[in-house]
Unconditional design. Sequence first.
Lengths: 206, 187
Amino acid sequence: MLLCAAGLLVACGQQNDRNGNGDRNGNKVTVNPPPGTSAEQPALPVGVDKSPMDMSYYPENFPVLKMQGKAGQQPVARVVYSRPQKHGRTVFGNLVEYGKPWRLGANEATEIEFFRKVTIQQKKVPAGRYVAYCIPYPDTCVGKMKSHLYTWGLKIDSTRDQFAFEIPVAKTIYPYEYFTMQFQSAEAGIELAMMWDSVKAVLPIQ
Amino acid sequence: MKRLAAIVFFLATFIPPSEAQFKIPALDKSPMDMSYYPAEYPVLKVQNKISEPLLARVVYSRPQKNGRRVFGELVEYGQIWRLGANEATEIELYRDCRVNGEKLKKGRYTLYAIPQPGTWTIIFNKETDSWGAFLYDPKKDVLRTDIKTEKMEEVAEVFSMAFTKSDDGVNLVIAWDDVKAAIPFNF
């Protein structure tokens, strides 16, 4: 419930931003302190989040493959992210503004974990966890990975940036209702596909 | 009509194969969620209001009761239960701690339970990144501990996990249907 309430409040905050009533940088997070942290009244989340969380592994569906005995001990990569929905809105250039950092999801900051070292656009990325976000533009987006973990998606601290990648975006024929991140096989390694509305960005990973 | 058919044919033929083959993952019926100790840690972090260090996090999926009797029926007594749905429930401890009095090293574990009326056996297992409890292997257990459950007056529709502060540490409170249990941690 807390997470849900927080999500709603943050969503309301965003709405205000777009109407010009709030902080236009989206940096103001107005969330009431969790009311249920005392010992006598344990807080329990009762509703499910509006933008539910999801997980994508490489190899794809790693836990299922593992269960079937078709996968090794450890995956290569995993992303944990939340899935906002289009709901009839134009997403890019409107709901998600061009040129401004976007959290690649909703609620908790999107978390990418590499279980071994990888190479992305000739840059060596050590194994570990990163917060992922991006700065979208009409034809491209700058994907960023930073070290400031376990945080909320708004109020992005770009001083902690560790990696930046220029990712071309393509138009899709059909709009994606749900924001989707998915690791998938590519000709040379892996790619992380990110889709929402009529836009798709693909980041190759070796 | 013929022209319409031609247009439909044209569109159908020209969908790039990669997009036609890519299956968009639908929203999960039992959506995933995350709970931290301190509660709402990510929100506190962006508000610069952190007063306690990060101690634990659980990532789990949230099945719903949907009018069913959960314990003793949907979740059978005496059987291993995945404490969630879909991907195995993952608990991460950022410090060495005691769970119900027993020592546990910091790290990432899969969490299971064996429910009985009035008591649950909680299991920390080192096989992570797994699915459900289908792969459960007791040889990979790191810790097993029994906790008491209590009846709730109000029914929890959605399976829920949340860390809360207790008198001398932290509880991971688990609730579904009319049953509630708390795993006590001391960090």
